[in-house]
Design a protein. Structure first.
Length: 302
């Protein structure tokens, strides 16, 4: 259940203010305490929710605890929240038992982009929840309708795509499945507003809106490097200076992870056609372990 991969595609300034949490929305859960899961849990904690984070092993749970303590302490030191870190962290419980999600009003799955893994764990989480609880998947590209087959009540299941790094990003992409109820979408909008972010709502489609556009741009930038059109730094500068992107497509690919983007590209190519086929250079770099920031080397040195 460990979620140490990230699937985000954008980095933008966070919102300055947040609406109150829903009247009944004081308890949440996050499956996976890796980079994305911890970021999501952090956003919920500083908004005032009681949060359970579930991990697969004691070691992963300890790492998630440390990661969240670091995020909360950073928020305090930067003056982003007025509560002290001890008070915020008192609302956190890190567990290795899915049954601890019982009673949560919202649970967000944040494990790696492996459809079979997500579907299995979503089904197991759903079995622990009450009939009124919302269940969401933090997927950047996997079909919500495909995942919904694993849950008994798809009307309360939705995509909730966060962006990396979660504390600095103001966007959450809410993805509606064919069976998702309008009330579930409106409730999710309230949650997103409460954690100081802005929601966009899209229909279930491969890559949704953000990943489909972001990956298309990233793949074309990689093809340009492959063809010797320009250096990675100059390609990125074209988008940052010419189009006001906050970060260039190749640096963003390094930040997300070449392996993560390769997996997304292959998934999109299967469903949307050859325009999403990954370039040979991307495949070669992943095979060589050049995964970007997390490996220290990608299109840039980290």
């Amino acid at each position: 259940m460990t979620a140490h991969s990230t699937t985000a595609e954008a980095t933008v300034p966070a919102a300055d203010s947040a609406a109150p949490l829903p009247a009944a929305g004081r308890s949440a859960g996050v499956l996976g305490g890796g980079l994305m899961g911890a970021g999501i849990a952090h956003a919920l904690l500083i908004a005032g929710a009681e949060v359970v984070v579930c991990e697969s092993t004691d070691a992963a749970a300890a790492a998630a605890t440390d990661r969240l303590a670091g995020l909360v302490n950073a928020s305090v030191s930067r003056g982003k929240i007025t509560e002290d870190a001890t008070t915020v962290l008192a609302r956190l419980r890190v567990s290795t038992v899915l049954a601890d999600f019982a009673g949560r009003e919202l649970v967000i799955e944040a494990v790696p982009e492996i459809p079979q893994l997500k579907a299995r764990l979503l089904g197991e989480i759903a079995a622990t929840l009450s009939g009124s609880a919302l269940l969401a998947s933090n997927t950047s590209s996997i079909s919500i309708d495909e995942l919904a087959v694993a849950v008994p009540d798809p009307t309360r299941f939705v995509g909730m795509h966060f962006f990396n790094p979660v504390p600095a990003s103001s966007l959450v992409e809410i993805v509606c499945g064919a069976a998702t109820a309008a009330a579930s979408i409106e409730s999710l909008r309230t949650w997103v507003s409460a954690i100081g972010k802005t929601a966009i709502v899209v229909q279930d489609s491969p890559g949704f809106a953000s990943s489909r556009l972001g990956v298309a741009l990233g793949l074309e930038a990689i093809r340009m490097v492959e063809q010797g059109v320009a250096s990675p730094a100059d390609i990125d500068a074209a988008m940052v200076l010419g189009y006001k992107h906050p970060v260039g497509p190749l640096r963003l690919t390094d930040m997300v992870g070449l392996d993560v983007r390769l997996g997304i590209a292959r998934y999109l190519a299967e469903r949307l056609g050859p325009r999403f086929e990954p370039p040979a250079l991307m495949i070669e770099m992943v095979a060589a372990g050049k995964l970007g920031k997390k490996s220290g080397s990608g299109f840039f040195q980290w």
